[in-house]
Design a protein around this ligand. Structure first.
Ligand SMILES: [Zn+2]
Ligand SMILES: [Zn+2]
Length: 329
C-alpha cells in the first residue's frame, strides 16, 4: 500500500510502498477513504511533541470502510463505514479510566502518534475506538470532524451553557466547525485571527461569527468565555483581558508556546483557565448525536496522499481556510 511515513522528526514525510497491515484480535483493517490533516500532525512532525513511534504513519482524522476484522470486534463488520480519532487505545484499568476520564488514561495510545494512522491507503485500528458512521458521512469532507470537530466540541462543551459571548482565538479547522454549532445555539462568536489576516476574518464571518478582528485588538464586548485554538501562549493573557468576571478560558490545543507571566488582576474576578486533553468515546457519541440536529458543513482543501508535505507546509503557514484533507480514494 502507498503511505506517507515520518522517519525522523523535523524532516519531510517519505512516500513509501508498504505491506498492508494485518488486523489483530479486537482490531479492524480499514481501507482509508480520506484522512484530515490536524495541527497536531504538525506538532508531531515538527517535534513539539517529543515521543512519536518511529517510523510512523501520521494522521488521526480517518474515514474509511472496514475490509477485514481480526475477530472480537463487537458490533462492527466488514463494509461498515467508520471514523478513527486521536485516542486509539485506553487501558480501562487506571484510575482515570475507572473514573470515566479515559481521555486522561495513563496508558493511552494515540492514532498517528504512538500507533500508525491514516496517511496511507490502509490502516489498522482498535475496534473499540472506531466510531461507526452512517453512510451519509462517506465523504472526505467529513474527516475533519474526527479531531478538529471533536476537540472543538469538547472545548465548547466545557463552557457553561449559559454563557453567551464566546471568543475564539485562532480560526482554523476546529473553529470553523464549532462556530456553526455555537451560532445555531444562539451564541455570539467573536473570532480572533492573526493580525491582518483579512481572508481569515472574512471566512470566520461566513461561518457565522458576530465579530472578527486581529488577536491584538480588544474585544468590542466582554467575553463570557473564550476558546484558544492557536498554539500561541501570548493569547492566554489576552483572552483573560477580554474576559468578563467569571469568564472561562479554554485551551483547546495539545501544544502551546510558553505563556508569558501576567498580572494576577487578569485572573482575579473568578476567571478560570482550563486545558482540553484528548477525547472520550462518549464525546464522539455525543458529538455525532448533536450533528443530527445541527448539521455542519466543513470547508476543506483536498490533496492527494503524496501531496501531504505540501499540504502540511500550507497549514504551517496558515494558508488553509478550514481544513486540509488527504484523499486516498
Ligand atoms: Zn487507563
Ligand atoms: Zn487532531
Amino acid at each position: 500500500m502507498r503511505a506517507m511515513v515520518l522517519e525522523e522528526q523535523r524532516k519531510p514525510l517519505v512516500y513509501k510502498d508498504l505491506p498492508v497491515p494485518e488486523p489483530g484480535k479486537g482490531q479492524v483493517l480499514i481501507k482509508v477513504k480520506a484522512c484530515g490533516i490536524c495541527r497536531t500532525d504538525l506538532h508531531v512532525i515538527d517535534a513539539d511533541l517529543k515521543e512519536p513511534r518511529l517510523p510512523l504513519i501520521p494522521g488521526h482524522e480517518i474515514i474509511g470502510h472496514i475490509v477485514q476484522t481480526g475477530g472480537d470486534v463487537s458490533d462492527l463488520q466488514t463494509s461498515d463505514l467508520v471514523g478513527v480519532p486521536w485516542v486509539g487505545y485506553t487501558c480501562g484499568v487506571c484510575k482515570f479510566c475507572k473514573a470515566g476520564k479515559e481521555n486522561l488514561c495513563d496508558n493511552a495510545k494515540f492514532t498517528g502518534y504512538t500507533i500508525d494512522g491514516g496517511y496511507a491507503e490502509y490502516t489498522v485500528a482498535n475496534a473499540r475506538f472506531c466510531f461507526k458512521l452512517d453512510e451519509q458521512y462517506n465523504d472526505a469532507a467529513f474527516s475533519p470532524l474526527l479531531c478538529a470537530g471533536l476537540i472543538g466540541f469538547r472545548s465548547y462543551h466545557m463552557i457553561d451553557p449559559k454563557m453567551k459571548n464566546i471568543g475564539i482565538y485562532g480560526f482554523g479547522a476546529s473553529a470553523h466547525i464549532i462556530t456553526q454549532v455555537a451560532v445555531a445555539q444562539g451564541k455570539k462568536i467573536f473570532a480572533f485571527t492573526r493580525d491582518g489576516d483579512s481572508k481569515g476574518q472574512e471566512f470566520a464571518k461566513q461561518m457565522g461569527a458576530y465579530w472578527t478582528g486581529g488577536s491584538s485588538e480588544m474585544s468590542p464586548e466582554k467575553l463570557d468565555a473564550a476558546i484558544i485554538f492557536a498554539a500561541v501562549g501570548n493569547l492566554l493573557p489576552k483572552a483573560l483581558q477580554d474576559a468578563e468576571k467569571g469568564g472561562e478560558v479554554i485551551c483547546g490545543g495539545i501544544h502551546m508556546t510558553d505563556i508569558p507571566s501576567f498580572s494576577y488582576d487578569l485572573l482575579w474576578g473568578e476567571r478560570s483557565i482550563k486545558s482540553v486533553a484528548n477525547l472520550t468515546r462518549q464525546d464522539g457519541l455525543d458529538f455525532f448525536e448533536l450533528l443530527k440536529s445541527i448539521p455542519v458543513k466543513t470547508q476543506t482543501r483536498q490533496f492527494k496522499l503524496e501531496q501531504a508535505n505540501e499540504a502540511l507546509d500550507m497549514l504551517r503557514k496558515g494558508e488553509i481556510e478550514g481544513a486540509a484533507v488527504l484523499v486516498m480514494e
